[in-house]
Design a protein around this ligand. Structure first.
Ligand SMILES: Cc1ncc(COP(=O)(O)O)c(C=O)c1O
Length: 371
């Protein structure tokens, strides 16, 4: 089976994790967290970074720190992983699913603008599969309407928009270091911001309502336990020191697919609009409607032929989990691109172990399966 995803682990990662498991205890327990957080903040050009167990927890903390709660609406693209949206429910707010752009597959500025109501408190901008949304327009609209911005850069470490790295755009931005991600800590995430108040609030909430320096065990609020281990932080630091190489490799994998599909009609891959740099976390293909083949059948048949692929995200508004969400009404008509592209696209194997020969084989198998 050609795997869908997987990391690049070198002696550097093994050495750092070995050092953490040997020495990062007692008075050194937080040494790797401090190094990883400050190196990551410097890398994305942010003032503050907090290492977390996941990006999901980062979105949850962002919503809490921004004061989003019951009665508020949060606008979110319909095409994304449920983790982008689930924390909206955790805080008692209402998700409002809007359509995406047919080239970048990220939230469309006009769709965002037309979903704004007087209850809109925040928007979650998702850098899908490494693609960047039209940040200038989106941030201008959000600022005009006084809407807080959370950037979900879970899939986009190393992507750029007008020379700025992904993770530099929201009031808060979050990353995922899940095992499938370009930079991995096995499971893990990072919250970044330039705002000291947001940082302080998130750091307090992620540690059971304690501030550094508080009287021990005198918690002032009931909060959460969202921490990563030293071993994960050490792994993350080693990966971060190789980030340019990791992103280059993702771009090389994408270039193999771009070459393989170049002379074949009917296939569109991830976009890289002028002024952006795509880190291509997952090379993704959308096939022409003329193939008239169900996405889930394509996934099954490709796996039967030894190629592990996964479906493009089903629109969140189509999920049983959101059957009772108010904005799912007429979502199919309103969010046409999410429903259209979401029905005829898959993520291709994009793990670091992939070879050019395997990428060619993936294309052959896809074409055979589509007939
Ligand atoms: C777009 C997006 N947002 C959020 C997440 C959540 O990340 P995590 O699994 O680290 O919580 C993911 C993870 O795959 C994701 O792809």
């Amino acid at each position: 089976m050609i795997p869908l995803a997987g990391p690049s682990i070198t002696q550097r990662e093994i050495d750092y994790v070995t050092d953490a498991v040997t020495n990062a205890w007692y008075g050194n327990a937080n040494v790797y967290h401090a190094r990883f957080e400050s190196a990551f903040a410097a890398y994305v050009g942010r003032k503050y970074a907090i290492a977390l167990p996941s990006a999901t927890s980062g979105i949850h903390l962002s919503l809490l720190a921004l004061g989003v709660g019951p009665g508020d609406e949060v606008i979110i693209p319909d095409s994304t992983w449920i983790a982008s949206a689930a924390p909206i429910r955790y805080v008692g707010a209402t998700p409002v699913f809007v359509d995406v752009d047919d080239a970048t597959w990220c939230i469309r500025p006009d769709a965002f603008e037309s979903a704004i109501t007087n209850r809109t408190k925040a928007v979650i901008l998702v850098d899908l599969y490494g693609s960047m949304p039209a940040m200038d327009e989106l941030l201008a609209s959000a600022s005009t309407h006084g809407i807080s911005v959370i950037e979900d850069a879970a899939e986009a470490v190393g992507s750029e928009y007008c020379g700025r790295l992904a993770g530099g755009f929201g009031h808060t931005s979050v990353f995922s270091f899940h095992g499938s991600k370009t930079l991995t800590t096995g499971e893990g995430g990072m919250f970044v911001t330039d705002c000291q108040d947001l940082h302080d609030r998130a750091r307090f909430l992620r540690d059971h309502g304690r501030r550094p320096g508080d009287i021990q065990f005198l918690n002032s609020e009931v909060a959460f336990k969202y921490k990563m281990s030293s071993m994960q932080a050490a792994l993350g630091l080693a990966q971060l020191e190789r980030i340019a190489e990791l992103v280059e490799r993702k771009r090389e994998i994408f270039s193999w697919y771009a070459d393989a599909f170049r002379d074949t009609d009917g296939f569109v891959l991830n976009a890289e609009p002028a002024g952006t740099r795509n880190s291509y976390w997952m090379s993704t293909v959308v096939w022409d409607r003329a193939f008239a083949k169900d996405k889930n059948d394509v996934v099954r048949e490709m796996r039967e032929r030894g190629v592990d692929v996964r479906p493009f995200f089903h629109p969140l508004s189509s999920l049983p989990a959101y059957a009772d969400a108010p904005s799912t009404k007429c979502a199919r008509e309103r969010n046409r691109v999410s429903y259209d592209i979401g029905s005829r696209a898959i993520n291709l194997p994009s793990g670091f172990s992939l070879t050019r020969e395997e990428a060619d084989r993936v294309c052959e198998v896809l074409q055979a399966v589509l007939g």
